[in-house]
Design a protein around this ligand. Structure first.
Ligand code: NAG
Length: 134
């Protein structure tokens, strides 16, 4: 995901198969419609059979009784939030203060199944992407 991108309910984010391949990999991230939880699942390939969820953000604990209207939003300052009707119910990057300087951000479901936030200093044209949280 890139800043300003939104993952709607029903949308899916897949990992790559390998670092060197953009084919769909073994991991899948999605936003659960009824409670806004983020689910991470391991898939069997090539069948796509889903094994048990290995990560679940407990969005429902924070959410209201109205169980709809969720979005996963990656904002321009590199923060990931689950919003319900535009209001943040879970801030996945809470406590991570923006570093000094001007950064590019991306959030990736890595080949190893970790959902990772990366930053890259804008001024460094040959710089590297650094993982700043999972
Ligand atoms: C999420 O947390 C970060 C760091 O604590 C904060 O800067 C940001 O404003 C928060 N975002 C929302 C929508 O609450």
């Amino acid at each position: 995901m890139l800043p300003t991108q939104i993952l709607e309910v029903g949308g899916k984010l897949s990992s790559r198969l390998k670092e060197s391949s953009y084919s769909k990999g073994r991991y899948l991230l999605r936003l659960q419609p009824n409670d806004g939880s983020i689910l991470l699942n391991l898939l069997a390939l090539p069948t796509g059979y889903e094994y048990k969820t290995y990560f679940k953000s407990n969005t429902s604990d924070a959410a209201s009784t109205q169980n709809s209207g969720y979005q996963l939003v990656f904002d321009g300052s590199g923060h990931l939030n689950v919003l319900q009707d535009g209001r943040s119910v879970v801030n996945l990057t809470k406590g991570r203060e923006s570093p000094a300087g001007d950064y590019f951000y991306r959030a990736t479901l890595d080949v190893d199944g970790l959902f990772t936030l990366y930053a890259h200093l804008r001024a460094q044209t040959n710089g590297t992407w650094v993982a700043i949280c999972h």
